[in-house]
Design a protein around this ligand. Structure first.
Ligand code: ADE
Length: 224
């Protein structure tokens, strides 16, 4: 794989890194409620809530929202004011409005069944490339890539090591897709998220604890 302006990162390093990541995830994964669920509505809700919001804050709201609106049908038929009330405390209310609008489309146009096609998903209000990938990987268990700021940071540090990750989005999307071990899109993507949240953090990453440090282009980023 040729990822950074001519420097090759060979296949065995790539394989070693992703294999170690899966082993690390197996031992360290966070037990999060949306991980035991394949219902696309619940996966969607968790991913929208997790945008710009810490996991701890989402945990407080996720179950409450689902009690109030347990299905996409219930959400679609609700009044906007009650949807916003259930969102209260999470901020960025535009997310709730978009979900409400998308729920109506899912009920009207798709008979209440979540579309699995990426092109259809992307037409829904508030569902961009990341959320479509997350729904496909986490609900439909496809080997679909994801790239949010955390995943972008991790992949950029490990495999590229220079330049501004935001300017390399398209290459990082390709990388995110190419790295997925066949049939393991679900675990691999969740592992990337946990690793970004717990080890390869934005500030002061725990490089010394990182089991993949030998495969990393940026190591040692910090001596912590
Ligand atoms: N951040 C965004 N999506 C997430 C998920 N599924 N698990 C943990 N953190 C996340």
């Amino acid at each position: 794989m040729n990822l950074d302006h001519g420097r090759k990162f060979d296949g065995s390093q790539t394989r070693g890194w992703r294999q170690s990541l899966l082993v690390w995830y197996d031992r360290n994964r966070r037990d999060l409620p949306w991980r035991s669920d394949r219902d696309p509505y619940r996966v969607w809700l968790s991913e929208i809530m997790l945008q710009q919001t810490r996991v701890a804050a989402v945990l407080e709201h996720y179950h409450r929202f689902l009690q109030r609106f347990p299905t996409v049908q219930k959400l679609a038929s609700a009044r906007e004011s009650s949807v916003l009330a259930a969102w209260s405390g999470l901020g960025y209310y535009r997310r709730a409005r978009m979900m409400h609008a998308a729920a109506k489309v899912i009920v009207k146009k798709h008979g209440g069944k979540f579309p699995g096609e990426v092109a259809e998903l992307r037409t829904l209000p508030g569902i961009g490339r990341y959320t479509a990938g997350a729904i496909r990987a986490f609900a439909f268990r496809e080997d679909a890539p994801i790239l949010d700021t955390n995943v972008m940071r991790v992949l950029h540090r490990v495999f590229v090591g220079r330049g501004d990750p935001k300017k390399q989005k398209s290459a990082l999307w390709n990388l995110s897709e190419a790295l997925i071990p066949k049939g393991k899109g679900y675990d691999f993507n969740q592992a990337l998220m946990d690793f970004g949240a717990m080890v390869c953090t934005a500030r002061d990453p725990y490089c010394l604890l990182c089991p993949m440090k030998d495969f990393c282009k940026t190591y040692p980023f910090t001596a912590r």
